[in-house]
Design a protein around this ligand. Structure first.
Ligand SMILES: [Mn+2]
Length: 356
C-alpha cells in the first residue's frame, strides 16, 4: 500500500457559541487516533478536509456579521476557532507530527476565508508539517475531491474570491452568504437547534406556528433586501444574477432549505472525463452511489445533526462519516464510505414544544 487518503467534510468548527454546530471534538480525536496506530507506521496518510472545515459564516465578529470580510476579520475568527476547539487542533497537530502524513484543505462555502494568503499562513503556523491548500478541488489520479458548493448555483463562489473594494481586499461571497449574515443568523441565534434537523419540510409540518413565523420573516426580508439591492447597485456585494434571485425566492417562499443538488452531481460526474470516483460533501447527506462505471461518495457532515422520523416523533442523531481511498502503485484499489458512530443522543420533538 502506497498511500491512504481520508476525506472528511462539513465539520464546521466554530467559535464555541450557541451557533457553533460542531460539538463532537472527542469523536474527531478518536477518528484521528485510529490512524495513528502501529499498523500504519509506514504508510503515508493524507487527510483531505473537503470544505466547510471551519464555519466562518456563522461566526460573528464583535457580535456582528460584517458584510465586508477583510483578512483581519477572518484571522480573528480563526483565533476564536482555536480557542473554542483546542482538541481539534491538537489532534491534527499530532497527526502531522508523523512526517509521512499530510493535510490538504479544500475550500467550501463556509470557509472561503482560507483563500486569503494570511489565513493560509496562520493555519500553517498553527499546524506545523505538510499542509497544503488546493482551492476548490483536489485530484488524485482518477479520484476527484471537491466540496460540492461549486455545483450548487446559489452557493457558488465566483472566479475571483478576493476582490478590491474601497481600497480594501474583501471576500467576494455568493449572495446567499449575505442573506445568512443579515437574516438567518438572528433566527439561528433564537432557534439554534432548528437548522440541525432534517428533513426541514417534515419538521416544519409539525411546527406549524414556527413555519408561519418563518414565512412572514422571510417574505419581509425578501422585500427589504430587494430595495437594498437596487439602492446599492455600485456595491459588488449586492450584485446578483436574475436566475439566482428566482431560485432564492422559490427556496425562501417554499421554506425549502435542504440542499437539493444530487442531480447536479450526477450530471457533473458523467461529463467529467478522467474522473471515476467523485468525493463530495456539502449536502450533509452521507451516501454512496454507483452510476455505470463511476462512483460518487458523499461524506456527510461532522456537525451535530438530527433526522426526524416520519413514523415517530423522535429526532435521531446522525452518524459521522468519512471516505477512505487506498492507493497502491499509483492505482486506486479501493474507495469506501466509513461510518463513524457518534455519541450524540436522540431527542424528543417535544424539546421544540416552546416553539408552538
Ligand atoms: Mn457546504
Amino acid at each position: 500500500m502506497d498511500k491512504i487518503v481520508l476525506v472528511l467534510s462539513d465539520i464546521e468548527v466554530g467559535d464555541g457559541s450557541l451557533t457553533d454546530d460542531f460539538i463532537d471534538d472527542d469523536a474527531f480525536c478518536s477518528f484521528i487516533s485510529s490512524y495513528l496506530i502501529h499498523r500504519y507506521d509506514h504508510i503515508p496518510i493524507e487527510i483531505v478536509f473537503n470544505g466547510d472545515t471551519f464555519d466562518f459564516i456563522k461566526t460573528g465578529h464583535n457580535n456582528l456579521y460584517p458584510r465586508y470580510i477583510t483578512d483581519d476579520i477572518s484571522l480573528k475568527k480563526l483565533d476564536l476557532f482555536a480557542k473554542a476547539h483546542p482538541k481539534f487542533f491538537a489532534a491534527v497537530k499530532k497527526f502531522l507530527k508523523k512526517k509521512k502524513n499530510s493535510v490538504i484543505f479544500i475550500c467550501g462555502n463556509h470557509d472561503p476565508d482560507i483563500m486569503f494568503n494570511s489565513v493560509q499562513k496562520t493555519l500553517k503556523k498553527m499546524l506545523p508539517g505538510k499542509v497544503a491548500f488546493s482551492g476548490f478541488y483536489y485530484k488524485q489520479g482518477s479520484v476527484r475531491i471537491e466540496h460540492g458548493s461549486q455545483l450548487d448555483l446559489i452557493f457558488k463562489v465566483g472566479k475571483h474570491s478576493v476582490i478590491t473594494y474601497n481600497n480594501k481586499k474583501i471576500l467576494n461571497l455568493p449572495f446567499v452568504t449575505y442573506i445568512i449574515f443579515e437574516h438567518l443568523m438572528p433566527i439561528k441565534k433564537q432557534y439554534p437547534l432548528f437548522e440541525r434537523v432534517s428533513p426541514k419540510k417534515l419538521f416544519l409540518s409539525k411546527l406549524k406556528n414556527l413555519s408561519r413565523r418563518f414565512t412572514v420573516l422571510n417574505t419581509k426580508y425578501f422585500f427589504k433586501s430587494l430595495v437594498k439591492v437596487i439602492k446599492n447597485k455600485e456595491d459588488p456585494t449586492y450584485r446578483l444574477a436574475g436566475s439566482y434571485v428566482r431560485k432564492m425566492l422559490m427556496r425562501m417562499v417554499n421554506n425549502h432549505y435542504d440542499v437539493a443538488f444530487d442531480k447536479m452531481v450526477r450530471k457533473f460526474i458523467k461529463k467529467t472525463k478522467g474522473t471515476e470516483i467523485l468525493i463530495i460533501g456539502h449536502s450533509h447527506k452521507a451516501r454512496e452511489e454507483r452510476i455505470k462505471d463511476k462512483f460518487i461518495i458523499n461524506t456527510g457532515t461532522w456537525r451535530d445533526e438530527y433526522i426526524l422520523s416520519k413514523y415517530d416523533n423522535v429526532i435521531r442523531a446522525k452518524s459521522k462519516h468519512f471516505a477512505e481511498v487506498i492507493i497502491t502503485k499509483n492505482k486506486i484499489i479501493g474507495a469506501r464510505l466509513i461510518r463513524y458512530k457518534s455519541a450524540n443522543k436522540s431527542i424528543d420533538i417535544n424539546v421544540f414544544g416552546h416553539f408552538q
